[in-house]
Design a binder for this molecule. Structure first.
Ligand code: BGC
Length: 759
């Protein structure tokens, strides 16, 4: 394809790229740009304007349909395509389709090409949830930049990322695409992705317009069932679910995608409150809003629109600019306008939003793909970044007897379905990534150890859901000969992602049984989990001496894991989610409210200690579960490393601050262990009394500190009273004076509270 495309570009005379207009951030409308849009809009017919609102999925077309599609472009009936790189029918489609739009359509408006470039294009980075575990915005930004460089080489100039749905339910398959449960962490990392994709100058031919999705509260889907309803009170909507979107909009985000779910009974694709009142009127968003794939027409089965025409009317009036996949705008907007059910003024607004983004992307100046230079895809720098991202995503959850790091001299039995699973370690949404490029763990281990005889491979099961125990005997035999058992299991890629939720989040297939058999051998057992969600660990936690969460780590997952397992690097990942003991605790997130009867270890009776036929008894009426208590398996923010850290001299410089001022909180962190390692120091606050009841803790800051053994460092956080704001019952963003608690701690359950007061 590379050669063909270069040849094709030469034929078209595209030798070099034209300098683009740079219009500054989209947060401020640029008068020169607005004028340029005005003069273009004046020339456009209503049909051509409606054409700009049509985004079609190229992946759905057959070869026979190409002439028809080209004719539609020629007539100005299409604004863009998604999934052009996915098509098997024509590998020059980007340039060919664009050529028709630019040279033959009525006003020569270029098409925009979108794609799900979610965690890499060719070089696949860890799934977003894994990247979130790094708590490292710079690294996440770099990953997005690599993805943009690769995707734009093919012709993609718009990515449907970042996915910044706050996610609190590991049953939901799309939690894999999320940046976790915390609004601050998701905001920071979402903004980092926006910056990496768009850069400061989106008109560069290697920049992509980012698309924050899914607007909004998709992550609150009931029961973890995808596409399901979300019921979110407005205060929580604004304080939790909208926060990352607001941060992304303020950072210059160019596009937003509506979600599939109904929010408080109104489908997000026709929700004028979120799409107009909040997004446009309150936030002043100037980019465009795209529907999700077919979400306009899906309002019919939702029971909200009576037919296609009604669906078009509802979405267009609610503020959906670009219709993805379905064609109801094309079919019905002309008539709806004639009937006065949709105004031409609103049509102009939608077209303006789309043209603004297209012009800011410099599509007139550089409409054609950058081209596949030989070194664009999977180059050494990109692979090194992907490896670093994977290394930093791993979360060490248990390490009894310091079984990790492993030693080269140890004989290792490598067992489990994901030790050499090139496709599976890539994770969900890898449209353009290929398993042939994946570096899996097994060969990386052999290379690192340098002695094949020390690596005994017997997977035990052939894939994660395998129910056959036929491979157990070989796995047990290998384990018997080894010094240490390295179990690499979890979930295949397809068990998370869109439409792939689970009700039972234990290790699938017979993996638990296999680990049980291995544990009987009484050898050190290291369990590595690759998965797109948190896993209910059950007895495998006690059966394992060490446990590492590796998510789906992407192209370079193998060598990255080997480096961390053998201590070339110390683990740095921290959980971006609260890890439940069982599915029965879900939803379980750290920033929950207290109750009138807060749970603690001593105010309930364990299920086995309750006497039979006892009269309604006390203690027992607290917010505990009789069988699970109140604590999670691992708290939000938790993660171990190969060293230990002490937290000393935790201080606040003032015990009282005035509204509008800041305080300084500090701690001295010391590496008390034997190797260099990184600690993620976390700042939490609790507003003790509020006009809406406040969470038990909220993350307000975090810093990554790398220290050599014996070294210490003072870590300082500035906390402004604006950082304590929340939406009061009148939905005003306010900081209320009163008493607060503050913790500087290694996770959401640790630390000792210090008090301060806002006056
Ligand atoms: C997903 C979106 C995605 C779109 C385009 C939908 O099914 O919900 O996240 O961007 O498809 O592929």
């Amino acid at each position: 394809m590379k050669v063909v495309l270069a040849w094709f570009l030469m034929l078209m005379g595209v030798a070099a790229f034209a300098a683009s207009n740079s219009y500054g951030p989209i947060t401020k409308k640029d008068p020169a740009l607005e004028k340029r849009i005005d003069s273009l809009i004046e020339k456009m017919s209503v049909e051509e304007k409606i054409g700009q609102l049509a985004l079609r999925d190229w992946g759905m077309y057959s070869k026979e349909q190409i002439p028809q599609i080209k004719q539609a472009i020629r007539e100005g009936k299409l604004g863009g395509f998604l999934n052009v790189s996915m098509s098997q029918v024509n590998d020059q489609a980007f340039a060919e389709l664009q050529k028709v739009a630019v040279e033959e359509s009525p006003n020569g408006i270029p098409l925009i090409f979108g794609q799900d470039v979610i965690h890499g294009y060719k070089t696949i980075f860890p799934i977003p949830l894994g990247q979130a575990a790094s708590w490292n915005a710079d690294l996440v930004e770099r990953g997005a930049r690599v993805a943009a460089l690769e995707a734009s080489a093919d012709g993609v100039r718009w990515t449907f990322a970042p996915m910044i749905d706050i996610a609190r339910d590991p049953r939901w398959g799309r939690i894999a695409e999320s940046l976790g449960e915390d609004p601050l962490l998701a905001s920071d990392l979402g903004v980092a992705m926006v910056k990496g994709f768009q850069t400061d100058d989106p008109s560069q031919p290697t920049s992509l317009a980012a698309c924050a999705k899914h607007f909004v509260a998709y992550g609150a889907t009931e029961g973890g069932r995808d596409y399901n309803s979300a019921y979110v009170p407005e205060g929580i909507l604004r304080d939790i679910y909208l926060k990352p979107f607001k941060a992304a909009v303020d950072a210059g985000l160019m596009t937003i995608m509506s979600s599939y779910n109904a929010l408080n009974d109104i489908p997000a694709t026709a929700n004028a409150f979120t799409l107009k009142t909040i997004l446009r009127d309150e936030w002043g968003f100037n980019g465009f809003v795209v529907s999700d794939w077919n979400s306009v027409l899906e309002m019919i089965p939702h029971g909200f629109a009576k037919d296609d025409r009604h669906a078009a009317e509802l979405s267009a009036n609610a503020g959906i600019d670009f219709e993805m996949h379905s064609d109801s705008y094309e079919r019905y907007l002309p008539d709806l306008i004639k009937q006065g059910k949709f105004s031409e003024e609103d049509l102009n607004i939608a077209v303006r939003n789309i043209l603004r983004v297209k012009m800011m992307l410099g599509l007139w100046e550089n409409p054609y793909p950058v081209g596949n230079q030989e070194d664009t895809f999977l180059n050494a720098d990109f692979l090194a970044s992907a490896k670093e991202a994977a290394e930093q995503s791993f979360v060490l959850l248990k390490n009894e007897g310091n079984i990790l790091p492993l030693k080269k001299s140890q004989k290792v039995a490598v067992i489990g379905p994901l030790a050499d699973a090139a496709h599976e370690q890539l994770g969900t949404w890898i449209y353009d990534g290929e398993k042939k490029d994946t570096r899996t763990v097994l060969p990386a281990l052999k290379k690192y150890v340098g002695d094949d005889a020390n690596i005994l491979y017997a997977p035990g099961v052939s894939y994660s859901r395998d129910k056959s125990t036929d491979g157990f005997a070989a796995a047990i035999a290998a384990a018997k000969k080894a010094d240490v058992i390295l179990y690499i299991g979890g979930e295949e890629s397809i068990l998370s992602g869109e439409g792939h939720s689970r009700g039972d989040i234990r290790l699938p297939g017979v993996q638990q049984a296999l680990i049980g058999e291995l544990a009987k051998l009484d050898k050190p057992l290291v369990q590595v989990i690759m998965a797109g969600r948190l896993i209910q660990l059950d007895q495998t936690l006690t059966q394992s001496d060490a446990l590492m969460m590796a998510w789906h780590p992407g192209t370079m997952g193998g060598p990255a894991l080997v480096d961390v397992l053998y201590g070339e690097r110390s683990p740095v990942g921290r959980l971006p989610l609260t890890w439940p003991i069982t599915v029965g605790q879900i939803p379980y997130y750290y920033n929950h409210l207290a109750t009138g009867r807060p749970a603690s270890d001593d105010n309930y009776t364990r299920i086995d200690d309750i006497e039979q036929e006892i009269f309604q008894h006390f203690p027992g009426n607290s917010s505990n579960l009789l069988d699970l208590g109140h604590l999670p398996q691992f708290p939000f923010g938790y993660g171990l490393t190969y060293s230990t850290f002490s937290y000393d001299k935790v201080k606040i410089n003032k015990s009282k601050i005035k509204l509008g001022k800041s305080l300084t909180a500090s701690v001295v962190i010391k590496n008390t262990g034997k190797v260099t390692a990184t600690e993620v120091v976390q700042l939490y606050v609790q507003d003790k009394v509020g006009s809406r009841a406040r969470p038990v803790r909220e993350l307000k800051g975090y810093q990554r500190v790398t220290l050599a053994p014996g070294k210490s460092q003072k870590v300082t956080f500035e906390l402004h009273t604006d950082n304590l704001a929340f939406h009061n019952p009148s939905m005003e963003l306010v900081t209320e004076p009163g008493e607060f608690n503050l913790w500087i701690a290694p996770n959401a359950l640790a630390g000792k509270a210090l008090a301060f007061e806002v006056q």
